[in-house]
Design a protein around this ligand. Structure first.
Ligand SMILES: NC(=O)c1ccc[n+]([C@@H]2O[C@H](COP(=O)([O-])OP(=O)(O)OC[C@H]3O[C@@H](n4cnc5c(N)ncnc54)[C@H](O)[C@@H]3O)[C@@H](O)[C@H]2O)c1
Ligand SMILES: [Fe+2]
Length: 394
């Protein structure tokens, strides 16, 4: 890398870095204080069946009850939420007379919570707010308060401005993005992930890594995001395998929780072709978001290698490479390290082994090209490139 980064033309850049975060083992005990600070009297807990089964909803309800607040619950968010989930959540919010939201779960529950929050004061349809078509301009400040409590370490949605939802009309995963969707508080307690099963830990952890890597090599000038991304990669590199193999290891779980937040903070700079492919793969082929990223990331890094060699070399070092080899060699090592990490945490390396049908690859490329994420990719991609990448990952 050149010794100093100078912003590209135009030379003036705007950056922001907000978020109130209550972090650490036992942070859940501070939830009532945040609910009180935000003056919520009747919060709606937005969550899903898996989080209920893991016993986490009852822990939250118990914590709030002790503080004298009775929450309403909407627990029917599906993995990869749809528009219908958001409307059902909205109905619960209105019926129960709620005045704020506690979004509890992985990215699916957190995002659904944010979109329920949006529709309490904004007219449907959700497609109006699609980031890809400039929908952020219609999102106003007047949304009720939302507290996010993550139970996976992956999306970082608890400190992010986006909600991802599959829309009915297009069947496409759509990113809705606005600073007003940034949670008012994030209660981030790694203890809530101690029981997360290995396969979900692995896939969600690779989502966090993908956020860090894609943001770090993305086009644009955001040195704050870059620094945070490197720290996130370092944490994933040293702790993901332990978090998967020894789920009760609090230090590894804590590291992964930080990495997930850092990934989301970093990707305000932008993402890349890997997320574009992942956003297409989930609704078409049912591949979980993190797994889709895990499989596509090395292929996309290889595609980008020639245009961001120095940055990928830094990725290799963050992931533990101590060879001090030339940049070109290190950049190749970075790709190899990601492949090795996938194997070490037991994830398949090919889309065909994740239930994707070969006949669907052209449609996946078409939908991926419609996704705004690839606009941040350091090397410009066409639909044909995306198809070639999907075939390579197949
Ligand atoms: N908003 C963003 O910035 C952003 C970023 C990346 C991805 N996403 C979106 O987030 C969604 C994926 O989120 P995810 O990867 O966290 O998965 P998820 O929320 O779909 O959760 C996966 C499964 O794990 C279960 N689960 C969650 N926490 C658990 C726990 N502690 N113990 C046991 N089971 C638990 C859930 O019930 C679910 O069945 C996708 O829709 C993706 O597009 C959003
Ligand atoms: Fe992601």
């Amino acid at each position: 890398m050149k010794p100093f980064d100078i912003p590209p033309e135009p030379r003036v850049t705007e950056m922001a870095w907000p978020t109130r975060i209550v972090f650490g083992a036992g942070a859940l005990q501070r939830l009532p204080a945040q609910v009180a600070r935000l003056r919520m009297k009747r919060p709606l807990v937005v969550t899903d069946a898996g989080v209920v089964k893991a016993g986490l909803v009852s822990r939250v309800l118990e914590t709030m009850k002790t503080a004298g607040v009775t929450c309403a619950v909407f627990d029917r968010v599906e993995p990869n939420p749809t528009e219908a989930d958001v409307f059902a959540g909205l109905e619960a919010y209105r019926q129960q007379g709620c005045d704020g939201i506690i979004a509890l779960g992985g990215g699916s529950a957190l995002d659904a919570g944010k979109l329920v929050q949006l529709l309490t004061t904004h007219e449907p349809p959700l497609s109006r707010y699609d980031d890809a078509t400039g929908g952020d301009q219609f999102i106003r400040e007047d949304v009720p308060p939302l507290i996010a409590i993550p139970t996976t370490a992956g999306t970082g949605s608890e400190v992010g401005r986006s909600g991802v939802v599959t829309l009915k009309d297009t069947g496409r995963k759509t990113v809705i993005f606005s600073p007003h969707l940034l949670p008012r508080a994030a209660v981030v307690d790694p203890e809530l992930t101690l029981g997360l099963p290995p396969a979900i830990t692995a896939a969600t952890g690779m989502d966090a890594l993908t956020h860090c890597v894609e943001a770090y090599v993305a086009q644009g000038f955001h040195p704050l995001a870059d620094a945070v991304a490197v720290d996130g990669m370092t944490r994933v590199g040293r702790s993901l395998v332990t978090a998967v193999r020894e789920g009760e290891d609090l230090a590894a779980r804590t590291d992964m929780m930080v990495a997930a937040m850092e990934g989301a903070m970093a990707f305000q700079k932008g993402l890349g072709a890997c997320h574009a492919l992942a956003h297409a793969l989930t609704p078409i082929s049912g591949v979980p978001h993190g797994l889709a990223n895990a499989i596509c990331l090395p292929v996309v890094m290889e595609f980008n290698r020639a245009v961001c060699t120095a940055r990928l070399a830094r990725v290799a070092v963050a992931l533990g490479d101590t060879t001090q080899a030339r940049e070109e060699v290190l950049a190749g090592n970075a790709v190899e390290r990601v492949r090795q990490l996938n194997a070490a945490v037991g994830l398949p390396s090919r889309l065909r082994d994740a239930g994707v049908r070969e006949a669907d690859l052209p449609l996946i490329a078409t939908k991926a090209f419609q996704d705004a994420s690839h606009q941040g990719n350091p090397r410009k991609v066409t639909e044909a490139d995306l198809l070639a990448l999907a075939r390579e990952a197949y």
